[in-house]
Design a protein around this ligand. Sequence first.
Ligand code: KIV
Length: 293
Amino acid sequence: MSGFAAFRFRQFFSSPAAQRRSMNTKPKTKSPKRVTVPSLLAMKRQGQKITMLTAYDFTMARFLDQAGVDILLVGDSMAMVVQGHENTLPVTLDEMIYHAEMVGRAANRALVVVDMPFPTNHLGVHQAIAAAGRVLKETRCQAVKLEGGADQAEVIRALVGAGIPVMAHVGLRPQSVHTMGGYKIQRNQDQLLADAQAAEAAGAFSIVLECIPKSSAKTVTNQLRIPTIGIGAGNDCDGQVLVSHDVLGLTSGYVPSFVRQYANLNEVIIHAVRDWCDDVRHNKFPDSEHSFE
Ligand code: KIV
């Protein structure tokens, strides 16, 4: 191989661009079996816990999928985590679709669920179908999530009738922050159960229970055929969901008390970047290994 060919070969296979290319290339090994709506129902029947984490872009979604997370949620928490807003209300349908498309492209195994952003599920069933239909048509994602229970039964039924799997979300509903007067634990067990049962009867395949007492989550979980996924709802739910940036220590500032942090990537990133700045400032980077002759 000529020097130039060898150079191009090395550049092709070892540059950061090559690493990006290889991430985009389908692995030679057989793709893992995709998690589906029926397989999640089977997991509940078999007593297997379900894992769900938020993902908002290709890089993180690829990591989470490779780690074996069952469901990736393109959550409207993106408004706060990625966009820096103070609540989830500002994110738009176009923005959700833009990010869902990246996540959908990364996921080989996980089921990908996309939040319906405020107020797309409150504008009547036709608009809800149009919005959720765009999500399924324009991304590779397989389902939508909407905040609501009994009050959203008609919308859930219409979406499911149109072939769009729906995950419901009861208890604390962040899109109703102004009505609730803040992010508060929801303790009305009769209401929680009625909402969860209405969502199941309307055809939801799963339901998020957010910030409710552990005992209420247990009651709801035992009464339902569909899996419950808890966040701040104790360990009797059929599965658990968290914001991945909270789990990995990527968020700065307030972290809810129900989160356990499994890494402190904030610190890792700040140290790495400080080291790089230091090396540049002291002329230690780039060295000969990272320069061309
Ligand atoms: O948007 C989101 O991240 C969520 C989870 C907190 C369940 O809805």
